[in-house]
Design a protein. Structure first.
Length: 241
């Protein structure tokens, strides 16, 4: 069993899609996957969730939606993911919205980040739990990652381990149980995609007191974050997660 499931929970800005493609394409590109060994399910469009246990790995994308909106498709996905995690049916990696969806489904609390929006290429720090983690064990103690979010996992589910933090978010990476992880940051983003979001949100950023010019100047590659995504897929397909 080597097929990978991508649960797509939304779509990107039109100007970014025109140049870089959409969410699922970024995951395939950065994870080194091909379309023929990947199943993409648009849960945000009501497509049916598959029977658990049919895939070597499950990836859950980001979204422009908010978990706190409690959309029916989102709640169904949260319940399905929680069942997969509790049964350890397959390794799961949730990113941004996917990270929050996992936390919500497993009993954590998602809400607006009281520290405000985080966007841009930002430094992250791993925690004392990271070196013994099968996914984060070989990660650098500090690394750069692409970020863009306003909501966060405010309260992690019981038993979740914190693996990475940032200045504005203490839950940048969480481990949920035996075979599931959540990343608030975006390992699937290229520097070009990150810059596209900064440009696309320019007016909002200025209104919030952020400086798009500085954010664009700081924008750059995040190879360690990308390696985490590739490591997850490789280890999951090899049966090492």
């Amino acid at each position: 069993m080597s097929r990978v499931l991508v649960l797509q929970t939304g779509t990107t800005l039109p100007q970014i899609a025109a140049r870089h493609g959409d969410f699922a394409a970024w995951f395939l590109r950065m994870a080194g996957l091909s379309r023929h060994d990947t199943d993409i399910v648009r849960v945000d469009r009501g497509e049916a969730l598959p029977k658990p246990g049919l895939h070597a790995a499950i990836l859950v994308t980001g979204s422009a939606s908010m978990v706190t909106e409690r959309e029916p498709w989102s709640e169904r996905s949260a319940e399905w993911l929680a069942a997969v995690v509790r049964s350890a049916a397959a390794p799961v990696l949730g990113v941004c919205y996917g990270h929050q969806l996992l936390a919500h489904g497993l009993g954590g609390r998602v809400d607006w980040n009281p520290r405000g929006r985080q966007i841009g290429t930002k430094p992250l720090q791993t925690t004392a739990a990271a070196p013994s983690d099968p996914l984060f064990g070989s990660a650098m103690p500090q690394f750069r990652a692409q970020t863009t979010h306003q909501q966060s996992v405010v309260d992690a589910p019981a038993g979740a381990q914190v693996l990475a933090t940032s200045a504005l978010d203490p839950h940048q990476a969480l481990r949920f149980g035996e075979r599931a992880w959540g990343l608030q940051f975006h390992p699937e983003f290229s520097a070009g995609v990150m810059a596209g979001y900064i440009r696309g949100r320019r007016e909002r950023l200025i209104a919030e007191g952020l400086d798009p010019i500085t954010l664009l100047r700081e924008c750059g590659p995040a190879p360690e974050a990308r390696r985490l995504l590739r490591r997850f897929v490789r280890k999951a397909r090899d049966g090492a997660l």
